[in-house]
Design a protein around this ligand. Structure first.
Ligand code: CA
Length: 222
């Protein structure tokens, strides 16, 4: 799952980025409204952390434009000004959640997790598909009750597949949702990682649909 942070305070941006990366997300950071708007307009994100007080284009303006242009990704707005009016305005123009600064990182992480989950239509932090299970709160995975050892990238890939179980996902979509902008992207790696995941969770669990992509499935005969 890939997250965008739009925040002009470098320390806050960095801390949120580090915390989200540790939680298994691919993370992009924009330090002003223009860049943030551009990224949200052109890249697919599973959630956005959007500061309201930004140089240039303000956060509310950024959000308003995204929503007007039909971008429905979950957005959590962040503000130093804890006024109920700003909160209401933000929610009315399409924010999904709100957090006032200063905030506890744990709370931000929990809220982002909930947004990402709801964005994918999931209610629980524990996702399962056949015998495969992941706990998105702790970034742990199991097959039946056997814990899996996954690299950070394998976890990202499995987490995206689990959020979209039974859907056929193209290599492009997978690449776009598990890599941040500044990470080396190579869609051939997806194939390699899919095969490594198959070795770990069972070959039948991930079907290849030629020319269309991959499908994580609960069906054994796939
Ligand atoms: Ca700010």
């Amino acid at each position: 799952m890939r997250i965008l942070i739009v925040e002009d305070e470098p320390d806050v941006a960095r801390q949120v980025q580090v915390a989200l990366c540790k939680t298994g997300y691919a993370v992009d950071v924009a330090f002003d409204g223009e860049e943030g708007h551009f990224l949200g307009d052109t890249e697919p994100y599973d959630a956005v952390v959007l500061d309201l007080g930004l140089p240039g284009m303000g956060g509310l303006n950024v959000l308003e434009r995204w929503r007007r242009d039909g971008h429905g990704m979950p957005v959590l707005i962040l503000s130093a000004r804890d006024t109920w009016r700003e909160k209401v305005t933000g929610l009315r123009i399409g924010a999904d959640d709100y957090l006032a600064k200063p905030f506890e990182m744990e709370e931000l992480l929990a809220r982002i997790e909930a947004l990402v989950r709801r964005g994918a239509g999931k209610a629980s932090p524990e996702l399962s598909c056949g015998p495969v299970r992941i706990d998105t709160t702790r970034q742990k995975a199991w097959v039946d009750d056997t814990p899996l050892t996954l690299t950070a990238m394998e976890y990202r890939l499995l987490a995206y597949l689990m959020h979209h179980a039974e859907a056929v996902l193209s290599k492009t979509e997978l690449t776009e949702h598990i890599y941040a902008q500044d990470e080396d992207r190579d869609s051939n790696i997806i194939e390699v990682m899919i095969n490594r995941l198959r070795n770990k969770i069972g070959a039948n669990r991930i079907c290849t649909h030629r020319g269309r992509g991959y499908q994580l499935t609960a069906e054994d005969d796939g």
